[in-house]
Design a protein around this ligand. Structure first.
Ligand code: ADP
Ligand code: ASP
Ligand code: MG
Length: 814
């Protein structure tokens, strides 16, 4: 014999009930018990209706009508008219009883647990009856049996305890006598010895089926639900979760204890001893093999089999110096909770015996706190123990697996993953079986925690990076193009799944949690909401994704002031904007410090030499113990372009204009021509070499006349260049006469930095620098005479975008 259980969604409407019928029909002549839940949502409706009545709110009548309609509609749609009468009259008479019960509750303004169970049992009683009538009308050999006649419990209403001796005998007797192929039974409901209706706890229909399967030693217990098995994590929260094909009873029990709702926790117990396998199957995808739960599994060599979580948890802690070494404190503590019928989900005790801390359901915590304070009233009054501390709105997440005990380092990996993603851990517990490690975290961090842990333990190969891009001008749009082109490669070769979740320019901003389609980012952005830097940050923070990266492609000082907020929330920052790193030394230092503290990289490779790996190389030199002695560099692609193009047959004005038009200068060309941009760059290199320098410490021998530098618009600036053409020509001639070329050089030596125009003679490393190329010479302890040279294209949107891209990949490998 087989036992099949169909959950609320599987019987939510006539269409689904037809699917159930097809599944049962396929069993051919095999004997089967079919346990069903209430129609989807009906249990909640019944509970809400009773609550309304108990609050003396007449709206309960309306609510009852909804329940009635749901059942009548099902009968009308499922059963042919000529066979409907008995089902219809059953619903009518049950509704009359329900109405009387609710009226009673309404009149006295109270709902006892006993009455609540009586009312809520109608959900399953009606669904099972209607389904049995439907099966009969379809020609199946089916009968209805009321589970309350089989399953006997104590009178702990709401979550009754089963008397297995009586129950097993009742089941054996009934199924021995039964000669129908299909018996349809209500899940969840039972009765006490005195004949009152009881229930087995929310989600308890699974348990009903398991009790029957255990009693009759069924060949298999099939739990038919709305997912294709038990997943590595709740598939509604973790998109990448996968079905676990085969799992042990103990693993399934731990996972369900810690919230994998797909199986009601006590379900395993009645079948475990008899070794009856449990199959978890999907009513909406019946061919899918789902999950098989049996005695031992080899776990496919996997240590962690699943990650689950229980929400609405509170921590209750008892602390105080009076607890040390005193026997009996724990006993009194736990006894108090047990007398109040409060179940404990998690326990931790500090090794100093200084505190006991338990995780319990939010709804129980006030009662629990009051009871514990009462128990320890004397100790609290003498200050030996503090009043209990309560912390609400928490969640427990647990890693589960049979083989976890034989592997070291799992908890380290778990906590470092959480730490890296800025998930604060409130308490930790490891079951004595070492089959689970659990941690208590804030409710708001659950999705991020589950996804990061899932990535660490199940997607070791693929890492998800979530990008938020501000600035989509020249560089930003090239960057988005490059991501789009490389997406597939990154996933396949580098195992990085890069998604752009948010973008913004100065006008609008747009978000898409599934990733903005990069082919259409322009339209998505144009249709976005009004841009706002603070709102952009707030949104990223509230999305609370793991591996979040803020990418700044602007040149805005305002934006650079927001980096600290990002880093503070473990959101990495990648920027081509030089302002932050060349502003106040204290801000630069603070950002570096935050990056370290919150494990969130702060990368700005493109601040110097666009895509050239200058800062990264410098970092590697220093990390390997080398010391920077001197840096000599041509760092301005724009100035290099200008002086490479300028000669006695063109005007200086035209060359600068051309540089601006070709995108080689900052929007304000004086930033380049004055040497400020180069000052910023050498400042950053000096700082990255370990020196504390500010922009004012850098000597700048400007070559532009003061008047040009002080112009207040681009037009005025270009006008002034014309005026000084003779001076520029003179500079050129002097250099050419000396067989030299003009280069704007930055130098750092002995802790001092300077920038200025120099005549570079033939044979010098800088002499042959082409177009907008950059060059850096690092003289270090290891490279004292022959410097390490980095040379290449140092300006332009394409190379800058690829430098940003490289920083993103560095974060991916972090
Ligand atoms: P039923 O009404 O069929 O009893 P439930 O809603 O009780 O169904 O259980 C199925 C739900 O359990 C799924 O829809 C899913 O959201 C949730 N769930 C939580 N954790 C897991 C998990 N690890 N694997 C599969 N489902 C899970
Ligand atoms: N109908 C009950 C509930 O919703 C029992 C179940 O479906 O398992 O909790
Ligand atoms: Mg369920």
């Amino acid at each position: 014999m087989k036992v099949l259980k169909f959950g609320g969604t599987s019987v939510a409407n006539p269409e689904n009930i037809n699917k159930v019928k097809s599944i049962v029909q396929k069993l051919d002549k095999e004997k089967v018990a079919v346990v069903v839940s209430a129609f989807g949502g009906v249990t909640d409706l019944l509970l809400n209706t009773s609550a309304l009545a108990a609050r003396q709110d007449t709206a309960y009548k309306e609510s009852l009508k909804t329940i009635e309609d749901k059942h009548i509609t099902a009968i009308r749609e499922l059963i042919p008219v000529q066979n409907q009468s008995s089902a219809l009259s059953k619903v009518k008479s049950d509704m009359n009883v329900l109405e009387t019960l609710l009226e009673g509750s309404f009149l006295i303004g109270e709902l006892t647990p006993k009455l609540s169970d009586k009312i809520v049992s109608y959900g399953e009683l009606l669904s099972s009856y209607i389904i049995s009538e439907f099966f009969k009308s379809e020609g199946l050999d089916a009968i209805f049996k009321d589970s309350r006649e089989l399953i006997i419990t104590d009178n702990n209403f709401g979550k009754a305890n089963v008397n297995f001796e009586k129950t097993n005998q009742n089941c054996i007797d009934f199924f021995k006598e039964n000669n129908h192929q299909i018996v349809v039974l209500p899940g969840f409901v039972s009765s006490s010895k005195s004949g009152d209706s009881t229930t087995l706890g929310r989600g308890g229909s699974d348990y009903t089926a398991a009790i029957i399967a255990g009693a009759v030693e069924a060949e298999v217990l099939e739990i038919w639900t709305d997912v294709s098995g038990m997943y590595t994590a709740n598939p509604r929260l973790v998109k990448q979760a996968k079905c676990v094909a085969h799992i042990s009873y103990e693993e399934a029990m731990e996972l369900s204890h810690f919230g994998a709702k797909v199986l009601f926790p006590p379900t395993i117990q009645p079948v475990l001893g008899k070794g009856i396998p449990i199959a978890i199957k999907n009513t909406f995808d019946p061919e899918n093999p789902g999950t098989l739960i049996t005695k031992n599994t080899n776990g496919n060599g996997k240590t962690v089999r699943g990650i689950s979580h229980v929400g609405n948890i509170s921590l209750l802690s008892l602390e105080g110096p009076g607890m040390i070494g005193i026997p009996g404190i724990s006993k009194r503590f736990f006894e108090t909770l047990s007398l109040k019928n409060i179940s404990i989900v998690l326990i931790t005790q500090a090794s100093s015996e200084h505190s006991i801390c338990v995780g319990i359901a939010d709804e129980d915590v006030d009662v629990a706190a009051e009871a514990v304070n009462e128990t320890f009233e004397y100790e609290i009054s003498t200050k030996k123990i503090k009043p209990v501390i309560v912390e609400k709105d928490l969640t427990i997440i647990a890693l589960v697996g049979d083989n976890m005990k034989s592997h070291q380092g799992l908890s380290g990996k778990m906590f470092s993953t959480l730490g890296k993603n800025n998930v604060n851990i409130r308490a930790i517990a490891q079951g004595a079986s070492e089959r689970n490690i659990s941690a208590v975290i804030k409710k708001d961090d659950v999705k991020k925690a589950l996804n990061s842990l899932h990535e660490t333990f199940f997607e070791e190969n693929i890492k998800q990076l979530n990008l938020f891009v501000m600035g989509v001008g020249n560089v930003g749009s090239k960057f988005l193009d490059q991501i789009r082109q490389q997406k597939k490669y990154l996933k396949e070769e580098l195992k990085l799944n890069v998604r752009v979740i948010g973008i913004s320019n100065s006008r609008t901003m747009a978000f898409d949690e599934n990733g903005i389609p990069l082919k259409e980012w322009e339209t998505v952005l144009a249709d976005g909401e009004k841009a706002d830097k603070q709102a952009f940050f707030d949104r990223i923070k509230s999305l609370n994704y793991r591996n979040s990266v803020f990418v700044d492609n602007t040149a805005s000082a305002e934006v650079s002031k927001t980096y600290a907020d990002y880093l503070h929330n473990s959101i990495s920052v990648v920027t081509c904007n030089k302002i932050a790193c060349s502003s106040d030394y204290t801000y630069y230092k603070e950002l570096k410090q935050l990056a370290k503290q919150y494990n969130s990289p702060f990368l700005f490779e493109t601040n110097v030499g666009a895509g050239l790996p200058i800062i990264d190389t410098l970092k590697h030199l220093i990390a390997s113990g080398d010391k920077i002695k001197k840096i000599q560099a041509v760092l301005s692609g724009s100035l290099n372009f200008v002086f490479n193009t300028f000669n006695d047959s063109v005007t200086f004005h035209d060359v600068v204009k051309q540089a601006q038009e070709q995108g080689y200068t900052e929007p304000d060309p004086t930033i380049d021509l004055s040497g400020v941009d180069v000052m910023r760059k050498i400042l950053i290199l000096a700082r990255e070499s370990g020196y504390q320098l500010d922009i004012d410490d850098i000597a700048n021998e400007a070559f532009l006349p003061k008047e040009s530098l002080e112009t207040d618009s681009n037009e005025a600036f270009f006008e002034s260049l014309k005026k000084y053409e003779n001076d520029f020509q003179k500079m050129y001639k002097e250099a050419a006469d000396a067989d030299s070329k003009l280069k704007y050089v930055a130098q750092f030596e002995d802790g001092k930095a300077k920038v200025g125009l120099q005549k570079i003679p033939k044979g010098h490393d800088f002499y042959n620098l082409e177009g907008s190329d950059n060059i850096v010479l690092f003289y270090t302890e290891r490279y004292p005479n022959q410097p390490m040279i980095i040379k290449g294209a140092g300006a332009g949107a394409d190379v800058t975008a690829s430098g940003i891209f490289a920083d993103i990949i560095r974060i991916g490998n972090f």
